[in-house]
Design a protein around this ligand. Structure first.
Ligand code: COA
Length: 355
């Protein structure tokens, strides 16, 4: 009985030696990985640098019509190369932006695996959905009863929600999301607006705006649900497009689905923007009432800025979407056939054998 304890320990010592060897190999591989990452980053930098010089020279060459065909060919090659470089960049770690550095420090938030990236984005969309459902219920509760702590809890939830969105979106950006700067700024501004609402004293002016604000929030929650359905549809279809052996969906098919989704969503979005403008207008009128405080004109201005920014950005998305088809073609070409493309380019650069 007593001996078996010592035998167990000896066995464990042997197992531990095995663990040490495995760990040593793991650490060596990690170091190797880091060296490869650094090498890839250097190559990418070099590619971008030389592409920018070639693009500058192309601009001068455009004055000579005899080069027209060759220039077009080269420009197409550059577009394909940029799409390919973007795909390679997605597999490498990236530096955090200033905002993330301030709030998280210099921790690495790069997700290098495609499946994990997809999951993170999907989770972000689900997070927005859950919070908009909670927001919808809380707005309706606030519409049916006037209870200050409930009102404040709802507004506090809005502050927390928008603040969290700014962090999640910054992480998405580091991981290659093409989210437009305005939507991120929109969520920063919404955090500030919700903060001002939170400290707005319980005056008669607030009482006059309160019902309208709760209706506005319930409407926004419904729009967020519609946005969720559209964004999730885009996400899953783009994933299917990027899969090498998935031929169920084509870029044509994706585009026609996307236009149908957008034409359904856009009227709801524009109605929401009109609601924001109406909020700005009502707050502007309220700012002249005797119980008005500084919160009222500031919020009026903020709603107006949100109205302008949202309307302009959403209108600009439409022409962008028309151009997007070509970019998508290059993106998925380099994603689906990246292996083939590399070998094909190498082959193309080899001197041709005589038939
Ligand atoms: N919030 C967060 N992310 C957004 C976004 C938004 N409002 N709009 C677009 N994105 C993301 C997309 O998911 C995509 O991400 P990815 O690169 O990680 O795949 C990226 O930005 C590029 O999207 P883009 O191609 O420009 O647009 P889209 O087709 O995905 O969406 C709209 C277009 C107009 C439907 C979308 O921008 C939208 O819903 N805007 C309205 C937002 C709004 O006004 N909210 C307030 C309601 S009153």
């Amino acid at each position: 009985m007593g001996d078996s304890v010592f035998e167990d320990w000896d066995e464990l010592v042997t197992d531990f030696k095995e663990l040490e060897v495995t760990n040593k190999t793991y650490l060596e591989k990690l170091e190797e990985l880091e060296t490869h990452q650094k090498k890839c980053l250097k190559h990418i930098e070099h590619q971008h640098y030389r592409i920018s010089i070639i693009e500058k020279s192309l601009k001068d060459l455009k004055k000579h019509p005899e080069y027209k065909e060759k220039i077009n060919e080269l420009q197409e090659g550059i577009m394909k190369r940029k799409a390919h470089l973007y795909e390679i960049e997605q597999t490498l770690p990236k530096q955090n932006g200033i905002y993330l550095k301030i709030i998280l420090g210099n921790v690495n938030v790069s997700i290098l695996n495609k499946e994990a990236k997809f999951k993170y984005k999907d989770e972000y969309e689900k997070f927005k959905l859950v919070l908009s459902i909670i927001g919808f219920v809380m707005s309706l509760l606030n519409l049916s009863l006037k209870f200050r702590p409930l009102e404040l809890s709802f507004i506090f939830l809005l502050v927390w929600y928008y603040c969290t969105l700014t962090i999640r979106e910054s992480i998405l950006k580091v991981n290659g999301s093409r989210i437009k700067g305005w939507w991120r700024l929109h969520h920063f501004l919404s955090t500030v607006a919700a903060g001002i609402l939170l400290i707005w004293p319980d005056t008669l002016t607030w009482a006059q705006f309160r019902t309208q604000f709760m209706w506005f929030n319930s409407y926004i929650s419904v729009v967020q649900y519609l946005q969720f359905r559209y964004q999730r549809g885009v996400l899953y279809r783009l994933k299917a497009l990027g899969e090498r052996h998935n031929m169920d969906i084509t870029i044509e098919g994706f585009h026609s689905w996307m236009w149908r989704g957008l034409s359904f969503l856009l009227p709801f979005l524009f109605f929401g923007y009109m609601f924001q403008l109406y909020n700005a207008y009502v707050l502007y009128l309220l700012s002249y009432t005797p119980t008005s405080t500084w919160h009222v004109p500031v919020l009026s201005l903020m709603f107006f800025i949100l109205f302008i920014g949202n309307t302009a950005t959403t209108i600009m998305v439409i022409p962008d979407k028309v151009k997007e088809k070509v970019k998508l073609q290059y993106r998925f070409m380099s994603q689906r056939f990246s292996g083939n493309l590399i070998t094909k380019e190498i082959e193309d650069n080899q001197p041709k054998k005589q038939e």
